[in-house]
Design a protein around this ligand. Structure first.
Ligand SMILES: Cc1cc2nc3c(=O)[nH]c(=O)nc-3n(C[C@H](O)[C@H](O)[C@H](O)COP(=O)(O)OP(=O)(O)OC[C@H]3O[C@@H](n4cnc5c(N)ncnc54)[C@H](O)[C@@H]3O)c2cc1C
Length: 495
């Protein structure tokens, strides 16, 4: 199918947020919407590749056809590789299907127009919660939400639950309640053993609309400007370069690719752009700064009894949230979850959910026009190191309680700073690299209506604009963000 050469809305990236935005904008039959996705695609659930359908795998290993991989610096001395989804549904099509919202207090750090009361209707609109009703839950939205019952859980999940209650943590039956805290089942976007990404829940039902074109295998290289107005995009379609005109461009490429696309298009710190010979459209120093993710350390253990088989078991079905920490009793080793990675122990994840350290996504002088240089600066802040140690202590105590039941054994480890740094990983929850704020905020890239500052007809709608990273996984909050932003973008385009 050939790509149209113009549209009212050109949506760049068909991931979690892009699928919501394209589906919602195309509800207006008078608006021509073009969704461009660099990765793979499908037109119905029948065509959906099995690894994307299966919610009990993380198909992000080295051989995956559905990911981007980037080398990163977690700390100045610790290198790693991170993955992002590269397919319709994006990272939400390859993720752990844990669908927990940001809490009420998380929104205290967003602009007033994004307070908890203002965003709640969009959380409700996005979901059908099969376990809870009432004022906080939706009953008619595209994403089904369910929690596993304790009796149906993997034995390690239920032992973890009992150990956390015994340690005095509160029961947290509904992690999508506004003030969730404690140990409880994780809300999951799984239905009939299928992962319901936004591609499946939002986009596929809209595919038949005559005013919506979805084109996959098309990489946007650059946003085209006339003065400071965005007027189109240059794309690589197979091996052909093409220009597509748009009345309004909506960038939904995710927290790594979005700042990279802005920078290569001349929107970013003038100093950085000039140093890379990129003509400056607008000097916006916040682009690529403020990058944040959830640092994670896995504490290893081994089974003393034959390990429970895990057919049809979610990666994570139980979690303990204690203020800015999340402790995750994964149901399998990552060797079993991620096809093609080296042998790893089973592990319990200790995750910093409100880290203070900030990183950067910048143009890489060594890869002009290619990959970005991604620096996390993890545990740069003394606060982060302190909280991580507190989390390790909590997880150690819980593992000790579970070990007393005879289910697991724990290796003797001294959790020195060196050991922690050597095991430091990330939850792949990248956010904050083009943050939302006021036009007087020197770090802001978009205003509270998701419009890029200093230019016209350009919006960003993905996790890069989150002013703070949620204290839960970002997927459910990204869907809410895209629901609300679709209305704001439609209004901005009409103005
Ligand atoms: C392995 C993994 C597990 C995770 N597990 C969970 C979890 O269980 N729970 C949770 O809450 N969160 C989880 N996350 C995080 C969550 O899935 C993401 O934060 C969220 O999906 C991001 O949405 P997004 O729309 O911002 O970006 P994405 O969903 O990544 O979408 C960006 C899209 O843009 C496309 N794109 C990029 N550049 C271009 C370009 N130049 N031209 C055209 N297209 C382009 C990409 O191919 C991609 O499809 C996980 C992430 C990963 C990778």
């Amino acid at each position: 199918m050939s790509v149209p050469d113009r549209a009212d809305f050109v949506v760049v990236g068909g991931g979690t947020t892009g699928c919501v935005v394209a589906a919602r904008l195309s509800e207006d039959p008078a608006a021509q919407v073009l969704l461009l996705e660099a990765g793979s695609g499908y037109r119905s659930t029948v065509d959906l590749p099995g690894v994307l359908d299966d919610p009990y795998l993380l198909p992000v290993g080295p051989a995956s056809e559905h990911t981007w991989t980037y080398p990163v610096e977690l700390t100045p001395s610790r290198r790693a590789t991170v993955s992002r989804g590269r397919t319709l549904g994006g990272s939400g099509a390859v993720n752990g299907a844990y669908f927990a919202r940001a809490t009420r207090t998380d929104f205290d750090l967003w602009p007033d127009s994004w307070s908890y009361e203002k965003v709640l209707p969009y959380f409700r609109k996005s979901e059908t919660d099969h376990d809870f009703g009432g004022p906080y839950h939706g009953d008619n939205g595209p994403i089904p939400v369910r929690r596993r019952q304790l009796d149906d859980m993997h034995p390690f999940s239920s032992r973890f639950h009992d150990a956390a209650l015994a340690a005095g943590f509160p029961e947290d039956a509904d992690k999508n309640a506004p003030d969730s805290n404690g140990v409880g089942p994780v809300p999951l976007n799984i239905s009939d053993h299928r992962r319901i990404s936004t591609a499946v829940g939002y986009l596929l039902p809209a595919m038949g609309r005559r005013n919506l074109t979805v084109d996959v295998g098309v990489t946007v290289l650059r946003i085209v400007f006339s003065g400071t107005r965005a007027v189109g995009v240059d794309v690589l379609d197979g091996t052909a370069l093409r220009r597509i005109r748009g009345r309004h461009i909506v960038v939904c490429s995710g927290a790594v690719a979005t700042p990279l696309l802005l920078l290569t298009s001349g929107v970013g710190s003038a100093d950085q752009l000039v140093a890379h010979d990129v003509p400056v459209v607008v000097d916006l120093p916040g682009v690529g700064q403020g990058f944040v993710d959830h640092p994670e350390v896995l504490l290893p253990y081994r089974y003393s009894v034959p390990e429970a088989l895990r057919p049809q078991t979610p990666v994570l079905e139980m979690a303990l949230n204690d203020a800015d920490l999340e402790i995750r009793p994964y149901t399998a080793s990552f060797t079993d979850l991620v096809p093609g990675i080296p042998q790893m122990d089973h592990g319990i994840g200790v995750v910093l959910m409100a880290p203070r350290s900030r990183g950067t996504v910048e143009l890489d002088p060594k890869a002009p026009g290619g990959s970005p240089r991604i620096r996390y600066n993890y545990v740069d802040s003394a606060h982060d190191r302190r909280v991580l140690r507190r989390g390790i202590q909590i997880a150690e105590d819980l593992l000790e309680t579970i070990a007393k039941t005879g289910m697991i054994r724990r290796p003797e480890i001294e959790y020195s700073d060196e050991w922690i740094e050597s095991r430091l990983g990330t939850s792949l929850h990248m956010s904050g690299s083009c943050v939302m704020g006021s036009e007087f905020d020197p770090d802001a890239v978009v205003n509270d209506r998701c419009s890029v500052l200093g230019v016209e007809a350009l919006s960003i709608v993905d996790t890069s604009i989150m002013p703070v990273i949620p204290t839960r996984g970002p997927h459910a909050t990204a869907v809410m963000l895209a629901e609300r932003a679709s209305e704001l973008v439609r209004d901005a385009a009409r103005a």
